[in-house]
Design a protein around this ligand. Structure first.
Ligand SMILES: Cc1ncc(COP(=O)(O)O)c(C=O)c1O
Length: 272
């Protein structure tokens, strides 16, 4: 029997974690990686070394830490496309038919942590490896209406309330416009100053997570302290990339982003 293998596109910390886990179950072929450039872009799809015999191609649609995001589903031919959408699901409409499987932790745009949503194409159900734990066997889950194991009922209830809220905002098209406006406020400013910079390639910039750097890193602590005084918390970038990161998920308001940009401008005036 031919050993199963899968193609992975490595665009950052969450891709790396997926690759590490997948290696427990199959051979992983890293078909493309942006590691050499510090994961600041998505490798151009015409450079991907995809194998038509792969069981699937895996991407992380939004790298939460690095702030790089796919702005459309890549074309991978007949091989099922699998996406970790944990940090951008429900931030914009997506064409689900382009994917074989989508999975996403709820904790960014959906609800509380501890809940994971998986959307699987019908024909991919029932192909689990014999060693797959039953709770992760999508056939078992589908046959049991997603209640093979005890579901996290409270998290699901809260997610239901978030879905109602999303509908009231006008649905995914409206929330995408809202998210574009928010991200645009920060990126426009970053592109018009030398005091701060955005490390990510323009065409791959995330609408959810905006990493940025102060030109003078010695000012990082003062920047964070001033932000905290204005109740802006968690702006420190992940330790693997440093700098700052503004996470502006669906629940963040335009006013909140305006306060951030106003603060960034003030800080530049005082320290630039
Ligand atoms: C893109 C991405 N994938 C996976 C995860 C892991 O989620 P969890 O901690 O729920 O396993 C995260 C973290 O929130 C993430 O941002």
């Amino acid at each position: 029997m031919v050993e199963p293998f899968a193609d992975y596109i490595n665009t950052g910390e969450w891709s790396k974690k997926s690759i590490k886990e997948a290696k427990k179950y199959c051979t992983v072929n890293v078909a493309a990686t942006s590691e050499a450039t510090g994961f600041t872009s998505i490798p151009k799809s015409d450079t991907w070394k995809l194998d038509p015999n792969a069981a699937y191609v895996h991407i992380c649609s939004n790298e939460t830490i690095g702030g790089v995001q796919y702005h459309s589903a890549p074309n991978v031919g007949e091989v099922p496309l699998v996406a970790d959408m944990s940090s951008d699901i429900l931030s914009r409409p997506i064409d689900v038919s382009k994917y074989g499987l989508i999975y996403a932790g709820a904790q960014k745009n959906m609800g509380p942590s501890g809940l994971t949503v998986t959307i699987v194409r019908d024909d991919l159900i029932g192909q689990a490896l014999p060693i797959t734990p039953s709770a992760f066997d999508y056939k078992q889950q589908a046959d049991n209406d997603s209640m093979f194991n005890t579901p996290p009922t409270y998290a699901i209830y809260i997610a239901g309330l978030v879905f109602q809220w999303l509908k009231k905002q006008g649905g995914l098209k409206a929330i995408e416009a809202h998210n574009r406006k928010k991200a645009g406020l920060i990126y426009d400013y970053l592109d018009n100053t030398t005091f701060y910079s955005s490390p990510v390639a323009r065409e791959d910039r995330s609408l959810m997570n905006v990493p940025f750097k102060l030109k003078n890193e010695a000012l990082d602590e003062a920047f964070l302290k001033g932000a905290k005084e204005l109740n802006m918390l968690q702006l420190k970038g992940h330790r693997s990339v440093g700098g700052m990161r503004a996470s502006i998920y669906n629940a963040m308001s335009i006013e909140g982003v305006e306060v951030l940009v106003g603060y960034m401008k003030d800080f530049e005036k005082k320290n630039g």
